[in-house]
Write a protein that binds this ligand. Structure first.
Ligand code: HEM
Length: 221
C-alpha cells in the first residue's frame, strides 16, 4: 500500500461500517427477540436447543403470536444496511483501488502471501510478547488477515441475517432450520466481537507507538 493509505471509497465505507456495525452489535445484545413459544409436548424431550440469545427475553404465551419489539425492528433495519455496506466492500475488492483488492485481505491464499505471513510472524512475535507492534512498513500481512476475517465474518452474519429477515416468524414457532441459522448467526457474532476487540486494541497500540495508522483510513484525508 502507498504512503497515502486506503482509497477514498474504502475510507468512507470504513467509517460507515464501523458506526453501523458497532451500533448493531450493541442493539443485538440489548434487544428483546419476539418469538412464539413452542407448545410444550405432553411427552418426550425436544432435542433441538433454541438459539441461546432468544431464551428468557420474552414472556409470550406458548403457541400465541407475538409483537415485534422496537429493538428487533432497529436490528433488522441496521442489519440490512450493514449487509449492503459489506456487499459494496466486496464489490470494491474486485477493483485495484489502493488497499481494496481481495488479495490484500487473504494473504494466506497465495504462496507468496503465506511466505510473507510466516516471515512476519517469525520476526515480530518477540515484540508482540512485549506489547510492541511493528510499523506497517515492516509488513502488514497479519493485520490484513484480521481485516479479511472481519469482512468474512460480516459476510456470513449478513447472509444468515438476511435469511432470518425473511424466515423469522412471529406467528409460529421457528422451524429447526431457522433455529440452526439463528444459532450460526449468533456464534459468528461472538467470533466477530473477538476480532473487532483485537482490531481496536491493535489500532490503539499502533497509535500509542506513534505509527499514526488512523491517517491511512480516516475519511477526511
Ligand atoms: C472504533 C472502531 C474502529 C477503529 C478505530 C478502526 C480503525 C482502523 C484503522 C486505523 C484501520 C487501518 C489499518 C491500516 O493501517 O492498515 C482500519 C482498517 C480496517 N478496519 Fe477498522 N476500525 C474500527 C472499527 C472497525 C469495524 C467495526 C470494522 C468492521 C467492519 C472494521 C473493519 C476494518 C477493515 C476491514 C479494515 C481494512 C480496510 C478495508 O479493507 O476495508 N473496523 N480500521
Amino acid at each position: 500500500m502507498t504512503e497515502q493509505g486506503y482509497a477514498k471509497p474504502i475510507r468512507l465505507l470504513h467509517s460507515l461500517l464501523a458506526l453501523c456495525m458497532l451500533t448493531q452489535l450493541a442493539v443485538g445484545e440489548l434487544m428483546d427477540v419476539p418469538e412464539v413459544e413452542k407448545v410444550p409436548a405432553a411427552t418426550g424431550i425436544s432435542w433441538i436447543t433454541p438459539a441461546y440469545a432468544h431464551e428468557g427475553h420474552h414472556h409470550a404465551i406458548p403457541g400465541m403470536p407475538v409483537e415485534e419489539t422496537l429493538g428487533f425492528e432497529v436490528h433488522q433495519f441496521l442489519g440490512l444496511t450493514v449487509a449492503a455496506l459489506i456487499l459494496i466492500r466486496l464489490m470494491l475488492a474486485m477493483t485495484s483501488l489502493p488497499g481494496a483488492n481481495w488479495r490484500e485481505l487473504v494473504p494466506w491464499a497465495s504462496a507468496a502471501g503465506r511466505k510473507q505471513l510466516g516471515e512476519e510472524i517469525k520476526t515480530q512475535i518477540a515484540g508482540w510478547k512485549q506489547g510492541k507492534l511493528a510499523p506497517p512498513e515492516d509488513g502488514e500481512a497479519v493485520a490484513r488477515c484480521v481485516h479479511g476475517l472481519i469482512l468474512l465474518a460480516g459476510t456470513v452474519i449478513g447472509i444468515t441475517g438476511t435469511i432470518l429477515f425473511f424466515g423469522w416468524s412471529t406467528t409460529a414457532p421457528q422451524t429447526d432450520i431457522i433455529e440452526l441459522v439463528a444459532s450460526t448467526h449468533e456464534v459468528i457474532v461472538g467470533g466477530l466481537e473477538a476480532l473487532l476487540g483485537a482490531h481496536v486494541l491493535a489500532v490503539v497500540m499502533h497509535q500509542h507507538q506513534g505509527h499514526n495508522i488512523i491517517a491511512r483510513i480516516k475519511p477526511t484525508a
